[in-house]
Design a protein around this ligand. Structure first.
Ligand code: SF4
Length: 462
């Protein structure tokens, strides 16, 4: 038997898929290279937007029409929804929430397919499964799952249930094992990562413990809620050598009335104050470094990323303007701008979705234009500096073969062909760089930045 994974949505789903793979490996079920070769197709679904949901329906309908013998399992954010189950009845073998995956898939494998695994201990909390990491140098570790916040537009508290934080020992063990295997970048994941709390350990304390793990690796975490962004956490980010200078802090709107309707539990004044504190703590760090204190001198200015929803029910042009104003003022490095999409079960589902599609598109475009300007402004500050990057992949050659031949002297080999690579900075900015030598993928390199673009940098090996 072979399986194929169809993954939609956020990093959490990709991370869950790594645990599904590891679980199926233990049952000697092999991963197929395509749907064609698979007997079992597992959909790890996303319910954040209608478009993501529609793609799942389209693909499942397609598979059941063309490959009626293939079995389909649906997990992720749509699995618990009764309307989804009704709609896909007869096409999906099993609807299963991710937290129940080990138990429920085991039952099916044992009873329906007589596939047994004597190691019963496998049938446990899915977060205790050691994942089959799909990348050899970057790993994503869920440190918590679920959410207690019930933002009025969001499906997560319904799809994943209440917040659950993994024991700190489990997380530390997983990181130590990855560092031993020379992993270079670790992402800590959670829907509301900064409200992590295990026995006597809050999120900043967990970060301090990770900081003490020996090894050269970057640490990134996603995603923080502004109401849980404490001074202790800001200090931990600024002081740490391992925690990257990348802060993902969704504002969602720049208008207090819309924030209230979204049930976000903070005001724009609070959000502004947080950003100011984050930027100031890095500036103070730099100022103090001249006084001979032990500080992380290699730190970059922090990159701030946000999430914004445009066209929330009732959002007036004036309220939208407040969001545009916030974006101009904060000068975000990245913003994930989403056009509001009503989601079943949520509180906002009952509100009239009264901003037209055309207006949502206009607002989205306007914010994207602001983002392009502020991101470029921030990226320009990198030009001329040498910074550390993590190499992701080799791209094509910078020059065409004709140009290379024209540039090389008679009889000279084409050994000077520059290799083109894609990498990223600690601030999660993409960097294209050139080198005459081959560079190992997954290695840290020092790059001199020569050019800035809105969504990336260009440089050469230093
Ligand atoms: S904090 Fe709000 S937006 Fe984030 S997962 Fe929880 S409910 Fe959803």
């Amino acid at each position: 038997m072979r399986y194929y994974l169809k993954i939609f949505g956020c990093q959490m789903n990709y991370s869950d898929a790594e645990r599904i793979s590891a679980f199926l490996d233990e049952y000697k079920i092999k991963q197929a290279a395509s749907v064609d070769e698979a007997d079992l197709v597992i959909f790890v679904t996303c319910g954040v937007r209608q478009s993501a949901e529609d793609r799942v329906y389209g693909q499942i309908n397609n598979i059941s029409k063309h490959y009626p013998k293939k079995k389909i399992i649906l997990t992720g954010c749509l699995a618990h929804r009764k309307d989804v189950q009704r709609r896909l009845k007869g096409k999906v073998e099993l609807f299963c929430e991710i937290k129940n995956f080990p138990k429920e898939i085991k039952k099916i494998l044992n009873t329906k397919y007589q596939i047994l695994n004597t190691k019963d201990k496998l049938c446990k909390d899915y977060l205790q499964i050691t994942p089959k990491n799909s990348n050899p140098y970057t790993a994503h570790i869920p440190i918590m799952t679920g959410c207690n916040n019930f933002c009025s537009y969001c499906v997560v508290p319904y799809a994943r249930g209440r917040e659950y934080s993994r024991p700190a020992e489990d997380i530390l063990r997983e990181i130590k094992s990855l560092v031993k295997k020379r992993y270079k970048e670790i992402f800590l994941l959670g829907q509301n990562v900064n409200s992590y709390r295990s026995v006597k350990i809050n999120f900043p304390k967990l970060l301090h413990k990770i900081e003490k793990i020996l090894g050269n690796f970057w640490l990134v975490f996603l995603t923080s809620h502004p109401k849980d962004m404490s001074d202790e956490l800001i200090e931990a980010i600024a002081q740490s050598k391992k925690i990257c200078e990348y802060v993902s802090l969704p504002a969602q709107s720049g208008d207090n009335e819309i924030l209230r309707k979204m049930n976000r539990h903070y005001t724009i004044a609070h959000y502004r104050k947080l950003i100011k504190k984050i930027k100031l703590s890095f500036e103070e760090l730099r100022a103090n470094s001249d006084q001979g204190k032990r500080l992380a001198l290699d730190k970059l200015p922090p990159a701030i990323s946000t999430d914004i929803i445009v066209g929330f029910p009732g959002e007036t042009k004036k309220q939208f303007e407040n969001t545009a104003k916030l974006m101009r003022e904060i000068k975000f490095d990245m913003a994930y701008i989403n056009q509001y999409s009503p989601r079943p079960e949520t509180a906002a589902w009952k509100l009239k979705d009264n901003v037209s599609k055309k207006e949502k598109v206009r607002r989205d475009k306007l914010l994207t234009e602001i983002l392009k300007k502020t991101a470029l402004e921030n990226n320009n500050k990198y030009v001329g500096n040498v910074i550390e990057v993590l190499v992701d992949k080799k791209l094509g050659s910078k020059l065409s073969f004709g140009e290379l031949r024209a540039n090389s002297k008679q009889g000279e080999s084409l050994a000077l062909e520059p290799h083109e690579y894609l990498a990223h900075t600690r601030t999660q900015k993409k960097v294209i760089f050139f080198s005459n030598k081959k560079i190992p993928i997954g290695s840290f390199q020092k790059i001199k930045i020569t050019k800035a673009k809105a969504f990336g940098l260009v440089g050469k090996i230093n």
